[in-house]
Design a protein around this ligand. Structure first.
Ligand code: HEM
Length: 201
């Protein structure tokens, strides 16, 4: 392990600014595409796919921070994990809202039917529901209040990308391999944790 030197408050604040900008970039691009007619022939599907993909990407990035910290010894990295994780929740919320408002027109009975009947919706919904308590307890105050239960609760974060990947494979047509790169990425970040866990035991 290489021990990286701390950046210092000013440089760390600059790095934080860069991470904010990178996390906001997909949103800015979506707004740009919407404003200039770049959402294609089926804008609902475009937004659904776009926000779904970015949710999964942000989840993978969140889960990459611990392995990166362990590999580089750069402890400050961990202070960026909450930020990226909250962006994953933000894109998941946009994805879900697009489905509720634009795809389903707030037709609650139809939505409940869809969640119960279409397995890919059931799994996506389960992933979103699991993200809610994680986002709600992401503050320092919640961490202090929950003590050891905080870590227990936050192990749920490993289930979310697994459900996300399952959701993705379920919704693509047979033979389509587009979920593969993100599936490999999820397997790598979770595989690393499994390796570390077996080593410490
Ligand atoms: C953490 C939660 C979720 C993740 C990670 C996720 C991820 C994804 C991904 C990666 C895609 C496909 C993108 C592509 O084709 O390029 C997608 C599509 C989609 N998701 Fe989700 N999703 C989540 C939650 C949900 C929820 C809660 C719903 C609705 C209840 C939902 C409904 C849909 C729909 C309707 C599509 C588009 C299907 C199509 O027309 O091709 N997802 N999602």
């Amino acid at each position: 392990m290489v021990l990286a030197a701390p950046l210092g408050p000013a440089r760390f604040a600059a790095l934080r600014g860069v991470v904010w900008a990178l996390c906001l970039f997909p949103l800015a691009r979506l707004v740009w595409l919407a404003a200039f007619g770049g959402l294609g022939a089926n804008p609902i599907e475009f937004v659904s796919r776009y926000t779904g993909t970015w949710t999964l990407v942000a989840l993978v990035l969140t889960l990459s921070i611990t392995p990166l910290r362990q590999l580089t010894g750069w402890v400050e990295l961990i202070r960026l994990r909450r930020l990226v994780g909250l962006f994953a929740f933000f894109y998941a919320s946009l994805h879900f809202l697009n489905w509720i408002a634009v795809d389903q027109f707030f037709d609650w009975p139809a939505m409940l039917k869809d969640i119960a009947k279409r397995p890919f919706i059931t799994v996506g919904f389960a992933a979103f529901v699991l993200l809610i308590p994680l986002a709600m307890t992401s503050t320092d105050a919640a961490r202090r209040r929950l003590k050891r239960n905080w870590s227990r609760l936050h192990t749920l974060v490993y289930a979310v990308p697994v459900l996300g990947v399952l959701h993705y494979w379920w919704l693509v047509k047979q033979g389509v391999q587009t979920p593969l790169p993100l599936t490999v990425a999820v397997a790598l970040v979770l595989g690393w944790r499994l390796l570390m866990w077996t080593r410490t035991r």
